[in-house]
Design a protein around this ligand. Structure first.
Ligand code: ARG
Length: 458
């Protein structure tokens, strides 16, 4: 494509080192869409005849068909997806194909392709996020009114409905969907028309191209447009944060599926055995998804590092943007899908949860609240109950086994009704503030998510 100025072909090593077609062929169909819109602009500028435009369109459609069918022959020596398609087009239709690259550079072309690809990929990822949310809402629904210990510092803290715990992840995932949508919205700007870096003496109707490709606007600085990969960083960042959420969800799942917790049973289909220990049932999916957060972070750091210190405008370094972006899309997408499937088949061990949630220590704070209602400052109430907890631990009995006399010795404000405080369900009933886990609040939120997700595309 550039041999005019050269007397020797690129070395075989350079070809192998520099080629991107082995991975950027993923952009092929978007590249073709971009070329069709560019042809329409060339036509409007009087640089292509109607016949030439329709030949280009027909040629590109035929190429798209071959690509979809897996019949297209990709050639490494043509370096990238753009030159492969252009060469195939010119071979098919002749001179008109050779006119297509007028007033266009691969620099504005690749930026356009990647934005188009990301827009579609983001929509697909958001649909996968919705599927996982639905699956979690299903599992939350199957928990019914089951209570489990809620943890801080991984120490038993206060009782919570199992549904409330899962809905925390549904909220997180909703923010992930929002971040992906934001990234896609900011990416939806047309770079094409920026040329290599300084536009072109051949002036095309960029608004027409933008409209045809569904971009909201056109870029306003040609140098920025060919070197900007902010949109890819935002995409990778949204994927990394979502991966962090999945990793935490998986960690909870791995704990719950352990013998020590025993709250959740994963189906045989979604666990693996050990080649050595016949009794093992391992939560590999959750472990893999937890582990893959590492590559999602790595991909973000990889691109940020590539971009750091690049002078304006286009530099070949930018070719390194694609593999992390593709990998994050694949990694996050497959994790979301398999987790949705896994949680869909998981079952609660409600008996184990009930036993764990029945620990009276979980509602010790309710005694402090009781004393506060009788007028004691919270700090003092906290100390009184702390002493009672200390006594019960020392005597090796449950808080419930302390007598009213014991309580009154600690604080005169305790009356007979104090014993009723040590009931997890009663404790939850009282937690009625917005966002708090009273059964009513949780049921309302669950119903709301069910409704919202039924309406969401997935
Ligand atoms: N494969 C290249 C990339 O991904 C396309 C742009 C090449 N531009 C250039 N001037 N060599 O960035």
């Amino acid at each position: 494509m550039w041999h005019g100025r050269f007397t020797k072909d690129p070395s075989a090593r350079l070809r192998a080192y520099g080629e991107s077609v082995s991975f950027d062929r993923r952009l092929a169909l978007h590249d073709i869409e971009g070329s069709k819109a560019h042809a329409a602009a060339l036509r409007k500028a009087g640089l292509l005849s109607l016949r030439e435009v329709s030949a280009i369109k027909r040629g590109l459609d035929a190429i798209a068909k071959e690509i979809r069918a897996g019949r297209f022959v990709w050639r490494e020596e043509l370096e990238d997806v753009h030159m492969n398609i252009e060469a195939a087009l010119t071979k098919k239709i002749g001179a008109a194909g050779a006119k297509l690259h007028t007033a266009r550079s691969r620099n504005d072309q690749v930026a356009t392709d990647l934005r188009l690809w990301m827009r579609d990929e983001t929509a697909a990822l958001i649909a996968s996020v919705r599927r996982l949310q639905k699956s979690l809402v299903g599992l939350a629904t199957r928990a019914g009114d089951a209570i489990m210990p809620g943890y801080t510092h991984l120490q038993r803290a206060q009782p919570v409905p199992a549904a409330h715990h899962l809905l925390a992840y549904v909220e997180m995932l909703d923010r992930d969907a929002g971040r992906l949508a934001d990234a896609a919205r900011r990416a939806n700007v047309l770079p094409l028309g920026s040329g290599a870096l300084a536009g072109s003496t051949i002036v095309l109707d960029r608004a027409l191209v933008a409209r045809q490709l569904g971009f909201d606007s056109v870029s306003q600085n040609s140098m920025d447009a060919v070197s900007d990969r902010d949109f890819a960083c935002e995409f990778l960042s949204a994927c990394a944060i979502a991966g962090m959420h999945l990793s935490r969800l998986c960690e909870d799942t791995i704990l719950w599926a352990s013998t020590e917790f025993g709250f959740l049973r994963l189906s045989d289909e979604h666990t693996t055995g050990s080649s050595l220990m016949p009794q093992k049932k391992n939560p590999d999916i959750a472990e893999l998804a937890r582990g893959k957060s590492g590559r999602l972070y790595g991909n973000l750091v990889s691109l940020l590092t590539t971009l750091k210190g690049l002078p304006l405008s286009y530099n070949r370094d930018l070719q390194e943007d694609k593999e992390p972006v593709f990998d994050s899309a694949d990694t996050l997408g497959s994790s979301l899908e398999i987790l949705a499937e896994m949680f869909g088949a998981a079952r609660w061990e409600t008996k184990r949860m009930a036993v764990a949630a029945d620990d009276a220590l979980l509602v010790a704070t309710d005694w402090a609240d009781y004393l506060v209602r009788k007028g004691l400052p919270f700090r003092e109430a906290h100390k009184v109950v702390g002493k009672l907890v200390g006594q019960s631990v020392k005597r090796g009995v449950s808080l419930r086994e302390l007598t009213l006399k014991d309580l009154q010795a600690a604080c005169g404000l305790f009356k007979a009704d104090a014993m009723k405080c040590l009931d997890a369900r009663r404790s939850l009933q009282a937690r009625t503030a917005e966002g708090a886990p009273s059964p009513r609040r949780v049921a309302d939120r669950l119903a709301l998510w069910r409704k919202r997700l039924a309406a969401a595309k997935s």
